[in-house]
Design a protein around this ligand. Structure first.
Ligand SMILES: Cc1cc2nc3c(=O)[nH]c(=O)nc-3n(C[C@H](O)[C@H](O)[C@H](O)COP(=O)(O)O)c2cc1C
Length: 324
């Protein structure tokens, strides 16, 4: 029997299928159901920066500006209480690793929140650093530096593994991942999926594009995991964004991932997807006589990073150059 065990961010998982952070993981009952359906781990719905730092400013009245501090303190405590309860209840219900998630973009008080998350029993913390850079006088590299600063502060106050979920709007994810590793990150997730902008041409208004991903979006994670896992092998990788079949999981593992974080496929097809996809991975392993994930993980990593740009450019010319 081929083994699906894997190690991700120092956590021992019975298989590489992680239920990704979303409303699918916002209650202990749902998380227990994912465990029963066969998931290897879950990432809880994120605690958003706005929930604890911003919301009070919208409610604050101009006539009572002194209410601001009180309100902010109250909201912060409320959301943190709610979140620590979600961690405790999920840990109580589940035996698989429970990863907490903070979705942030400024270097605020994350070290204190991270310590509370650790005390509540989370097995790891995932930092989802989600923001687009629009400043006309943007200082190149400052966005990357903010990842490092936030990570440093969180890692200084915690001793559980810290995972960083990156957006796909980085010039050179490899250089950043190297620095994240040097500053204490145990794993990275490539990539978060941003809100999809669309335009309603009848009402001349902006609207949401496709909320759920499809398999066509996997290429970005495959490219960067294939390149980065060769350049920075000491950190572990999870793929996110468009993983929708067992074949996709095999591709991610071959590229160098230790796990996959899946959301859209579960929204579309429900929990039976876990068993179906893992069975397909196992069938492939049997066909190719791989007895463990470690025996083939990274087999399709980039062989020659120096030539990656030349490779990308020549493949583009080969496949797109002659297309009429
Ligand atoms: C409805 C919905 C809610 C999400 N909420 C979160 C969240 O709270 N925190 C987070 O890190 N990612 C969140 N995500 C992103 C997913 O975790 C995942 O990274 C993304 O959807 C790409 O994976 P997929 O192609 O398997 O859907 C959400 C995605 C969806 C569709």
């Amino acid at each position: 029997m081929s083994e699906l065990k894997t190690t991700f961010a120092g956590l021992e998982l019975k298989n590489p299928f992680i239920v990704s952070s979303s409303n699918l993981t916002n209650s202990a009952e749902k998380n227990l159901a994912w465990e029963k359906a066969g998931a290897g781990a879950i990432v809880l719905k994120s605690l958003f920066e706005e929930q604890i730092l911003w919301e009070s400013s919208h409610i604050m009245s101009e006539e009572h500006p002194d209410a601001g501090d009180y309100l902010q303190g109250y909201l912060r405590a409320h959301y943190l209480d709610e979140y620590t309860k979600l961690i405790k209840d999920s840990k109580h219900a589940c035996s698989i690793p429970v990863i907490a998630s903070i979705n942030c973009y400024t270097d605020q008080e994350w070290e204190n929140f991270a310590a509370m998350i650790q005390d509540a029993g989370a097995d790891a913390i995932e930092l989802n650093l989600m923001a687009i850079q629009t400043g006309i006088r943007y200082e190149y590299g400052s966005f990357e530096q903010s990842h490092i600063n936030i990570l440093k502060h969180v890692a200084a106050k915690t001793n559980i593994p810290v995972i960083v979920k990156l957006g796909n709007n980085l010039t050179n994810p490899i250089a950043l991942i190297d620095q994240l590793h040097a500053n204490g990150a145990k794993a990275v997730v490539l990539f978060n999926r941003f809100y999809q902008t669309d335009i309603d041409i009848e009402n001349l208004s902006y609207c949401s594009g496709q909320i759920l991903s499809d398999g066509g979006e996997l290429a970005n994670a495959l490219r960067w995991i294939g390149l980065a896992s060769a350049a920075v092998p000491a950190i572990s990788y999870a793929a996110s964004g468009g993983v929708s079949t067992g074949t996709d999981i095999v591709k991610c593992l071959l590229a160098g991932a230790s796990a996959v974080e899946i959301c859209s496929a579960l929204y579309k097809d429900g929990e039976k997807q876990i068993e179906t996809m893992l069975k397909s991975v196992q069938d492939w392993m049997v066909r190719h006589q791989f007895k463990s994930i470690d025996s083939f993980r990274g087999k399709m990593q980039a062989k020659d990073l120096e030539k990656a740009t030349v490779f990308e450019r020549t493949q583009f010319l080969k496949y797109f150059g002659g297309k009429q």
